[in-house]
Structure formats: C-alpha cells, structure tokens
Design a protein around this ligand. Structure first.
Ligand code: NDP
Ligand code: HSE
Length: 441
C-alpha cells in the first residue's frame, strides 16, 4: 500500500512529540495500519529549532500554505494552536482536499461547526482526538464505543494544568504561581495560561464533548465558565474535613426535554469517588449512558507524549479509511449531520447542583436560625453543617466564626436569590464563598 503522507504544521511540544513517536514506534504503527505513515514536510517559523527536532533530511518551511499545497502531503496536522491563523489554515487544507488532524480545542470550540461543515462538503476528515483530555481516547469512546447509549451526563477533570496546580498546592504546599510555572515548564499549559486557570480550555473541551455526546452543534459561547483563580486554601481544607475534594470539573448534562447544561467550575466531589483522587496532570472523564451505566476514563491530560498518542491515533484512522469513503465511517460529531438538533443550552440559573457555602458570621444567638430560614424559604435543603469555634476579634459581641454549609441539589437561580438575602444579613461579615458540589452518582 502507498504510504500516507503527513505535513506537520507546528513543531512545538506536541508537534515534536508526534514526530518522535512516529519515528520511535514506526514498526508497531505500520503493523496496525498496514501502510506507512510518513512525515514528508514540517513547518514552524524558527527553522533552526525545527531542524534540531527533525534532523537534516526532512523538507522544512516557515509557510503553512506550502505544506497544504505540497503534492507530497495527504494529511495536514495542525499543531500551531490559536484560533484565527489555525482556522484559515485548516479551511485552506480542507479546500485543497486534504484530511486534517488537529489538537486545537480552542479552534474547534469556536469554529468547529464551520470547519466540520466544510469538511463534510469537501469529503475529507477532520480528526481531533487530542483536543479533549490529552491521551485519553474519550472522543472515540463517545463517538463509537458508546454509540448504543443515550448519554445522560459527562463530568470530567479535563484540564491538566489546573489539576496539577491544585494537587501541588494541596500536597506540597507549593504556591499557585510556582505550581503554574512548573506546569508551563512541563509543557502542560496553553501558550496563554489564563485559558487554563480561568476555565476556558476546559470549557472548549466540554463544548466539544457536549456536541458529540448529544448530537448538537458546538456551542462554546453558551458555556458557563469559572476558573480556579478565586479558590482559596481555606475552602480546600474545609471541603476535606467534610469528606470532599475540590476539582475543576467540566460538566455537560441532558435535562430531559428542557435542554442541556454546559458548565465549568470548581466543584466539590465526594472524596471516596475515584475521580476525586485524580491528581497532577492526570485527567479523568466520567460518562453516564442509559445502557452502559457510568464509565470512567483516566490518563495523562497534557504533555508531549500523551497528546502525540492521540494525534497519531487519528492519523491511523485517516490512513485506514483514506482508501475508502472516509465519511461513511463515523460522522465528525458522531451523529449524522442532518440529525443534529439545535437544543437549548440552559442558562446557569436553571442548572441544578449541590453547594458548599462558607459564611463568615458574627457568633450571636439567632444567626444560624436566620441563615437556615432563608435557605428553607428558598427551597434549599441543608445536607450538613460545620461551625468552627468562634474567635475573638475585638470587643464584646465581635466574636466571629466560619459557617460551612453543604446543601442538597438546588436550582442555581434559587441559590442566587438566597445568597443575596444571606449577604444582606448584618451578621454576615464578608462576601460568601459559594462552590458547587456534585455527588456524581
Ligand atoms: P507550542 O507553542 O509548544 O507549539 C506551537 C508550534 O507551532 C511551535 O512549533 C511554533 O513554532 C509553531 N507555530 C506557531 N504559529 C505558527 C505559524 N503561524 N506558522 C508556523 N508555525 C507556527 O504548542 P503545543 O505544542 O503545546 O500545542 C499545540 C496545539 O496542541 C495547541 O492547539 C494546544 O492547545 C494543543 N494541545 C496541547 C497540549 C499540550 O499538552 N501541550 C495537549 C493537547 C492539545 P514557531 O514559533 O517557531 O513558529
Ligand atoms: N493546557 C491543556 C491542559 C493542554 O493543561 O489540559 C491539554 O489540552
């Protein structure tokens, strides 16, 4: 069989990992595919750096369009990152009739619908296993292995950088800034790490998963997104005392006929759940299907090798199908394009979740009762409560204490209203900390 010829655009952390893995595991991959997968051209702006990675023989260019136009390239692998230049490059590759493999979740979250439509029209594949959860084959699991199911919800630790930071802070008492710098040095973080810590990267991935799980267009712009910047060590410790860990979770959930929830935020998870014990750069995705029940996928979520593993899996798919009709195999978003539904993404106010609340209150008779009354009148049921011994901070009547409340599931809108009332109580002395909580059963 003729080899499948690859043009690598982007030779950074992931691009270099792909090049090295194709070389190191050449024989194993050849046995799986039945034909060679050969890099015939590579591209980055710094040619000296590129040469150091690929050696002397491979043709190099600084212009991605040279790769697209090359008659020696069947598949363009986009690994430059970013949105605008990547969109232009991917659309040009599709227009030229080239298959595309990309790890770029930002690109697909923002322009995925346009890109998949163009690929469908042109009859080429756009494969993106590496775009979600690094080395974990979650795209294939959702699109193919769970095809018998109506997916009910997905909850995932889908950003390695933030999980690494939270683990380092908790276990090694490393500061936020030090942990982030380490994640950057290890090649986990995005070029702009605010994408990681503000939850944007996880929301990109959650939006992609919601599309292939529910058969809806990619709707990143509708996602509710909250990162880990506001998270304090105090809440991590209180959560632990109450049997929970705090994780940045991406959540997508079907809500009957109402629509779907699409949200990313720090979340309390029972410490006994496997996912609560996923540490460092590891990712984990729980998927609940109506037939299979709950499944869990675990692995390295970022870094050169795990991501290269996913990129090459896509190359293998392309290579296997390139001789037949690629579109007959698995549609880009798992569902037939004409069967995609414009389901509503619910506003966060309509989401249902549990809550952790931390209130700094005056330690006076009646305060707890007033707090409980407001929650009860808002229809919010308290699951458990922790009150630390009060500390003196001044004269008479100024003893204060942290009141930690875990609630059962409630509607976000009801909680917003209750929080406004609680915050207005004179006995509440500081902004209330609210962190969502999921039992994941
Ligand atoms: P890097 O910043 O390490 O690499 C980007 C590469 O693209 C560099 O070689 C850069 O080299 C090249 N490049 C950038 N712009 C251009 C351009 N206009 N023309 C030609 N070359 C260009 O990024 P990563 O490898 O970390 O990430 C690549 C993609 O993979 C991103 O979309 C990222 O989100 C995704 N991803 C990354 C993971 C990771 O763990 N790092 C995991 C999963 C996905 P030069 O500056 O010399 O041009
Ligand atoms: N910056 C991303 C992360 C890379 O930390 O998870 C993998 O998508």
């Amino acid at each position: 069989m003729k080899p499948v010829r690859v043009g690598l655009v982007g030779l950074g952390t992931v691009g270099a990992g792909v090049f090295q893995t194709l070389r190191d595991n050449h024989d194993e991959i050849l046995r799986r595919v039945g034909c060679d997968i050969v890099v015939t051209m590579a591209c980055r702006r710094d040619l000296a750096e590129a040469r150091a990675i690929v050696g002397e023989q491979l043709p190099l260019t600084t212009d991605p369009h040279e790769v697209i136009a090359s008659p020696d390239v069947d598949v363009v692998v986009e690994l430059i990152g970013g949105v605008d230049a990547a969109r232009e490059l991917v659309l040009a590759a599709i227009a030229a009739g080239k298959h595309v493999v990309t790890a770029n979740k930002a690109l697909l979250a923002v322009h995925g619908n346009e890109i998949f439509a163009a690929a469908q029209e042109r009859g080429v594949m756009v494969a993106f296993e590496a775009a979600v959860a690094g080395g974990i084959p979650i795209i294939k699991a959702l699109r193919e292995s769970l095809a018998a199911n109506r997916i009910e919800w997905i909850a995932g630790i889908i950003n390695g950088t933030t999980n690494f930071i939270l683990s380092q802070m908790r276990d090694k008492a490393v500061s936020f800034d030090e942990a982030l710098a380490e994640a950057q040095a290890l090649g986990y973080a995005e070029a702009d790490p605010s994408f990681d810590i503000q939850g944007t990267d996880a929301a990109h991935k959650a939006a992609i998963m919601s599309a292939i799980a529910f058969g809806i267009p990619v709707q990143f712009d509708k996602a509710y997104v909250e990162g880990i910047e506001q998270l304090s060590g105090v809440d991590i410790r209180y959560a632990e005392q109450m049997g929970y860990r705090i994780k940045l979770l991406g959540l997508v959930r079907r809500r009957g006929t109402e629509g779907v929830e699409l949200r990313v935020h720090p979340t309390l998870v029972p410490a006994r759940r496997l996912i609560a014990n996923v540490e460092g750069v590891m990712n984990a995705v729980m998927v609940r299907g109506d037939v299979v029940g709950t499944t869990l996928y675990y692995g390295e979520g970022a870094g050169a090798s795990p991501t290269a593993s996913a990129v090459i899996a896509d190359l293998v798919d392309v290579a296997r199908t390139a001789r037949g009709s690629p579109l007959a195999r698995v549609p880009h978003l798992a569902f037939q394009p004409e069967a995609l539904r414009d389901e509503v993404v619910l506003p966060m106010e309509q989401a249902w979740t549990g809550y952790y609340l931390r209130l700094l209150v005056l330690d006076q008779a009646g305060v707890l009762a007033r707090v409980a009354t407001i929650l009860a009148e808002s229809g919010i049921s308290v699951g458990s409560l922790l009150q630390r011994e009060a500390r003196e901070v001044g004269g008479e009547g100024s003893r204060r204490t942290d009141l930690i409340i875990l609630t059962h599931e409630a509607r976000e809108g009801a909680m917003n209203e209750a929080l406004a009332l609680l915050q207005a109580l004179p006995a509440v002395l500081a902004p209330i900390v609210r962190i969502r909580k999921e039992e994941l059963v």
